[in-house]
Ligand binder design. Structure first.
Ligand code: G7M
Length: 319
């Protein structure tokens, strides 16, 4: 089928979003009143975000506020008499202003995690990071036992797989319990700008925790995700495979196997060389050597508050 052009697909995304927003209008939270700020976990002027530890009715919660990218579809409303300017500098041909945008173009993305555990708080807290070069022995003796004793909830993943949450957002599903997956927008994407496109493919099988578990028996699953995922994105959003990157995190935040699909134009957090592994490379490595990811040393980074950092510290790794 011929690919939809990006503009048409954008209209579709906007329409679907509107419908969805109307459906969700009876949400529990309409404003941020009655939320007590406990601590600023992180603020980043480059990424224009603020992460807060808060209390809601006595329960710990995380509030994430992120300025959203400009939307080309609203350019003409942005550059109009509804945007007022206050001059802050003038020098020769150069001038800067504080611009007040029309109210409806001034939204920021807010994410709420409630109740939040200590692990959520530490996930969003600014911290020092350290690199670990994990050999296969270190994986068996330190990382794997640590992951097995962890109880970081992946209920949100099961809710998606069981169609209890976000079922209206599913872009594609292959229902095969062994090689199937669900493709849907990542929580990070506001589903507006295609250049920020971010989807995640979550596998139905519960047996693959991470990259370390993959071998040749998973090739049908991985090829399925790669080809059906790219085709579904082309159909739904009109974005060609040549505009996409597909990758897996090691270490992931959630140990239930999933693949990230992002637009090439997106400067995606977590796409650094010490975290992202391209899906095509994974498929090829396993094809050449089935136990590639059981044998290979893998570099990843940990943060000071991560349990895994503390486990490695106990072994004297950082001495
Ligand atoms: O680092 P890791 O590979 O584990 O990434 C997990 C991805 O899942 C991140 O990109 C998150 O933004 C995304 N994600 C996390 N949660 C809790 C949700 C959720 O509830 N819904 C959706 N759609 N994506 C999520």
């Amino acid at each position: 089928m011929a690919a939809m052009n990006e503009e048409k697909a954008m209209d579709l995304v906007t329409k679907k979003r509107k419908l969805h927003d109307e459906e969700e209008s009876d949400d529990k939270f309409n404003n941020l009143g009655n939320i007590e700020i406990v601590e600023v976990l992180n603020d980043n002027s480059r990424e224009k975000c603020l992460f807060l530890h808060t209390k809601i009715s006595g329960e710990d919660a995380v509030v994430l506020m992120e300025k959203t990218p400009f939307d080309r579809n609203t350019m003409t409303q942005l550059v109009s008499e509804d945007t007022t300017l206050k001059e802050t500098l003038k020098n020769d041909i150069y001038s800067t202003y504080e611009a007040q945008l029309p109210h409806h173009l001034n939204a920021v993305k807010a994410t709420l995690i409630c109740p939040a555990t200590e692990k959520h708080l530490s996930k969003y807290r600014q911290q020092k990071t350290f690199a670990i070069c994990e050999t296969k022995e270190m994986y068996e003796n330190v990382t794997k036992p640590y992951l097995q004793e962890q109880k970081f909830s992946i209920q949100w993943v099961y809710n998606i797989l069981d169609k209890k949450s976000e079922s209206d957002r599913i872009v594609f599903e292959d229902a095969c319990p062994k090689d199937g997956f669900i493709l849907l927008p990542d929580m990070k994407w506001n589903r507006k700008e295609l250049s920020q496109l971010y989807l995640v493919a979550i596998v139905h099988t519960r047996e693959v925790l991470s990259l370390r578990d993959l071998n040749h028996t998973h090739l049908p699953l991985l090829n399925n995700i790669l080809h059906k995922g790219m085709e579904a994105i082309r159909k739904e959003f009109g974005v060609k495979p040549s505009k996409l990157r597909m990758y897996v995190h090691y270490q992931p935040s959630y140990h239930h196997f999933h693949v990230h699909f992002t637009h090439l134009a997106l400067d995606a957090p977590g796409f650094e060389a010490d975290r992202a592994h391209l899906l095509q490379d994974i498929i090829e490595n396993i094809t050449i050597k089935s136990d590639y990811y059981q044998q290979k040393s893998i570099v990843f980074k940990v943060r000071e508050c991560d349990g895994l950092y503390l486990k490695y510290k106990e072994t004297g790794y950082f001495d």
